[in-house]
Design a protein around this ligand. Structure first.
Ligand SMILES: Nc1ncnc2c1ncn2[C@@H]1O[C@H](COP(=O)(O)OP(=O)(O)OP(=O)(O)O)[C@@H](O)[C@H]1O
Length: 246
């Protein structure tokens, strides 16, 4: 089922006083429980597209929808809570891993909602396979790969519908990058989806790749198994993130 749709999206910047549009008519649809790659040459507009989908940038045209509901029926803050953009360098805040995983609940966007319990956070942490890192661990003592995974958990803990990952594993070694992919895949439930900018070779976790080049987008599906799931990974967090244990 399609959970996120972008139709005929355009963005226009000003460059030396002149309008400049990396793209003006880009459409894509993402199905639930899937992970998609977004690739394309440097400067083709990948980060711009993610920011526009998260309503972080004004669009020059086009529409967005979540589960068929148009974006203008959401308050922009609520949209950004559901369509979560994770930048490449997601800075962790000083303090413990718990402080970081609960950080979204210090923000206005989550005002009035209960922060997650330690039990829920421990279940999430277990998925990330962080070699014994606990909720009380100092975030400053985590490796780069561990920090990237805690940043992902922090974003997923708010249960967004769409995760937009802007090269979250770009600065990591191959082993840590695979760990981030595995964790992302494990965190997806049937009601959530993920679009990630990726420059590395495919790692088998995505069901397909969008390519943005020269203002146009194309899509290529990846091989799937007989039960129509991507080759690598499973939604291991389905039970956790669908609510039973929070
Ligand atoms: N704030 C801005 N003002 C003007 N032009 C911008 C702005 N941000 C990005 N651009 C331009 O828009 C184009 C797309 O940039 P964007 O960062 O989206 O590309 P990208 O595909 O993500 O690139 P990369 O793979 O190098 O990260 C580039 O030509 C860039 O110079």
């Amino acid at each position: 089922m399609t959970v996120f749709e972008a139709r005929h999206i355009g963005v226009q910047y000003q460059r030396n006083g002149e309008p400049f549009a990396p793209f003006s008519d880009v459409s894509l649809a993402l199905e639930g429980g899937r992970m998609y790659n977004l690739t394309g040459p440097s400067g083709s507009g990948k980060s711009t597209l993610l920011a526009a989908c998260a309503l972080m940038l004004p669009r020059s045209g086009g529409s967005l929808a979540l589960n068929g509901v148009p974006f203008d029926r959401f308050h922009p803050t609520e949209w950004r809570r559901r369509v979560c953009l994770v930048p490449q360098a997601s800075a962790l805040v000083p303090g413990t891993v718990r402080d970081n995983l609960r950080f979204p609940w210090t923000l206005k966007v989550n005002a009035g909602t209960e922060p997650p319990s330690d039990e829920f956070l421990e279940e999430l942490l277990a998925l990330a396979q962080l070699n014994g890192v606990t909720l009380d661990h100092s975030a400053a003592q985590l490796s780069g790969g561990q920090q990237a995974r805690v940043a992902l958990l922090r974003a997923f803990a708010t249960r967004p519908t769409v995760m937009l990952l802007d090269e979250v594993e770009a600065a990591l070694d191959e082993e840590s990058a695979v760990a981030v992919s595995r964790l992302t895949r494990a965190l997806l439930t049937g009601a959530t989806t993920c679009l990630r900018i990726r420059h590395r070779a495919d790692d088998g976790y995505a069901c397909g790749t969008f390519t943005l080049a020269d203002g146009a987008i194309s899509y290529e599906a990846h091989p799937v198994t007989a039960d129509n799931t991507p080759v690598a990974g499973t939604g291991a967090a389905v039970g956790i993130l669908e609510g039973a244990s929070r």
